[in-house]
Ligand binder design. Structure first.
Ligand SMILES: Nc1ncnc2c1ncn2[C@@H]1O[C@H](COP(=O)(O)OP(=O)(O)OP(=O)(O)O)[C@@H](O)[C@H]1O
Ligand SMILES: [Mg+2]
Length: 250
């Protein structure tokens, strides 16, 4: 929740005029956003606006046609996904992707590979403190978790890699509202300890209640950016989503 109307000075992620295309079809037309140290930023927009595409371009999963991405003082525009992870950017992909045939604990250990090639058990304790629901199920096969628990595991798998920036793409997708509350609460808690968060979420009001700052994307362009309160209070969001699929009516 934002209580300040000043963004932190120190920029962690800087995305400058990034264009992304699939073949000849450009879907992101010069997006510029930034995330400051310890800040919780939400990227909003209707289905198909280009949000996931922009996140994938930041993480190096798809190439940029032009533009620049700087992270923590490094130019990572053309870095590999692995190098970008090593700089401290971890993305939890849309649709909770965990290894079904492995236990919860083994899934978490895989998350530590981001910065220690043999897996690092010493990181588990902190994660079990943050996610007690995972501690209770550590020996259980991931396939036996509910959809919501799998999503929490996917987030925990990202957090255990100790990123500086955690990117979450629609963690609520298809899940109960309680799960997204849980994930947003953990994200807020992590943020208060200095982690930066970049969230894409269709549950707009919930997302804005947790985030400090928001960007609004429309057909591949960033059309507005403001503090969360301003976005909640203004009518721009309603105009962008009008007749669209803002699934949150509460
Ligand atoms: N692999 C792909 N190949 C070609 N076009 C794609 C591909 N992935 C996405 N697109 C197109 O790019 C545009 C942006 O899609 P993207 O998935 O980035 O949107 P989004 O804002 O994340 O939407 P959603 O809210 O539905 O997740 C859409 O028109 C989509 O059809
Ligand atoms: Mg998407």
């Amino acid at each position: 929740m934002s209580t300040t109307n000043k963004r932190p000075d120190e920029i962690l992620l800087q995305v400058q005029d990034v264009h992304v295309a699939y073949g000849k079809a450009e879907v992101v037309h010069g997006a510029s956003i930034d995330v400051r140290k310890g800040e919780f930023v939400v990227l909003l927009g209707r289905n198909g606006a280009g949000k996931s595409t922009l996140l994938h371009a930041i993480s190096g999963l798809i190439p940029k046609k032009s533009g620049q991405v700087l992270f923590d003082g490094n130019d990572v525009t053309h870095s590999s996904p692995r190098d970008i992870v090593q700089h401290g950017v971890i993305q939890v992909l849309e649709g909770h992707r965990v290894f079904h045939s492995l236990s919860v604990e083994d899934n978490l250990l895989i998350g530590t590979y981001a910065n220690s090639p043999k897996g690092d058990r010493s990181k588990l304790e902190r994660i079990y403190d943050l996610f007690p629901e995972m501690a209770e199920r550590k020996q259980q096969m991931a396939s036996r978790l509910s959809g919501g628990q799998q999503q929490i595991l996917a987030v925990a798998q990202g957090v255990i890699g100790e990123p500086k920036l955690l990117i979450l793409d629609e963690p609520s997708s298809g899940l109960a509202p309680m799960v997204i509350d849980r994930i947003l609460d953990v994200a807020t808690q992590l943020c208060s300890k200095g982690l930066a968060i970049l969230l894409v979420e269709q549950l707009v009001d919930k997302a804005l209640r947790h985030a400090h700052y928001g960007y609004l994307m429309q057909t591949g362009r960033i059309v507005a950016s403001a503090f969360s309160e301003e976005l909640r209070e203004g009518d721009l969001l309603h105009r962008v989503y009008l007749g669209g699929d803002n699934r949150e009516h509460a």
